[in-house]
Write a protein that binds this ligand. Sequence first.
Ligand SMILES: [Ca+2]
Ligand SMILES: [Ca+2]
Length: 82
Amino acid sequence: MRTIILALAAVTTFSAAAIPTSQEFMEKMDSDDDGFITLREAVKNTDLLREFGDIDINEDGKISEAELISSDYGREVLSLSV
Ligand SMILES: [Ca+2]
Ligand SMILES: [Ca+2]
């Protein structure tokens, strides 16, 4: 019984770690560490690229962490509601 509980705990921990936080997502996508995801950086992620125009609310050609968090894409991909 104890083994099963430990196994379940391990699975839960793994799932939680698999979902990136907005900060982790930004770090992964923001290659030059300027705090924004540009169109060029977004090319690595086709889903992000497709949503780029909707996420970039102020249309400055860059996605900030705040824009990411407030976007539908951000809400879907990131574990922000937890
Ligand atoms: Ca950047
Ligand atoms: Ca922007």
